[in-house]
Write a protein that binds this ligand. Structure first.
Ligand code: SAM
Length: 237
């Protein structure tokens, strides 16, 4: 783990604030709400587990987000150890261009129990639009930029022309290509296997976050077939 420079992240809306409070409450610095009673009503309806935490920090003031809730948090320390060692798949996005796609990939990675999400290329994984797409789930798992050279472990590159989808080891690196260009030459050269999610004839490709979702849930659902596996279905809202 390495100390990232101290950066304040804006949490736009109730769901981003809720996830930051739930996963890393010590990092939340400030919560602004248009009305404390309305914000508490949202907690009661959607996330009672964060009610007391929100109440302790909430201050009334102007809020642009339609939920009437926004906040600020310290960015978590960067855990780069997941690039080399892990017990659940690492998602590696190969130069994604659309912040909403990166955010959606982070959101499903958090839900499925991935070890983290790393980005190759120039898109800042902590860009406000990426955070928006992830509903603040950056606070649930490591999210960082990296280079291909830093990544260790069995690399499974996802490509519609790959071999039939295998069962994935827990330490897999799942690489997903960019919206237009797909996988880079360098990533393909680094891949141990290039694998495809089956599609109906005539469909050319899945959206990149959808491909992340399908691959991670193939892994997660296979794990649930193991006797005694943790179903992890406790939904808090
Ligand atoms: C929108 S697609 C890229 C399309 C690009 N024109 C191409 O031909 O690769 C984005 C990424 O999602 C993944 N993907 C999409 N459909 C897939 C499939 N059926 N099997 C495996 N990966 C897929 C790949 O990693 C791909 O690079």
């Amino acid at each position: 783990m390495r100390q990232a420079e101290l950066v304040i992240v804006v949490l736009e809306g109730f769901h981003a604030v809720k996830h930051a409070l739930r996963f890393t409450p010590a990092l939340v610095r400030r919560i602004t709400v248009t009305s404390v009673s309305s914000a508490l009503a949202l907690c009661d309806a959607l996330a009672p587990d964060v009610r007391e935490l929100l109440l302790a920090l909430a201050v009334e003031g102007p809020v642009e987000h339609p939920t009437g809730v926004q906040g600020e948090a310290d960015r978590p320390l960067e855990d780069r150890s997941i690039l080399r060692q892990r017990s659940a798949p690492l998602v590696l996005l190969d130069d994604p261009r659309h912040p909403g796609n990166a955010g959606a990939a982070i959101r499903v990675a958090a839900a499925a129990g991935a070890s983290g999400v790393a980005l190759l290329g120039t898109l800042d994984p902590w860009h406000p639009a990426v955070l928006r797409g992830a509903a603040g789930l950056h606070f649930a798992l490591p999210v960082l930029s990296c280079s291909l050279m830093e990544v260790a472990g069995p690399v499974f590159a996802l490509d519609a022309d790959g071999e039939p989808f295998p069962s994935l080891p827990d330490d897999a690196v799942l690489v997903v290509g960019s919206e237009r260009a797909g996988l880079s030459v360098d990533t393909l050269a680094r891949a141990d296997r290039v694998v495809a999610l089956p599609m109906r004839a005539g469909v050319s490709s899945l959206n990149l976050a959808t491909a992340v979702s399908a691959a991670l849930y193939a892994w997660r659902l296979a794990g649930l077939r193991t006797p005694g596996a943790d179903a992890g279905t406790a939904r808090l809202g």
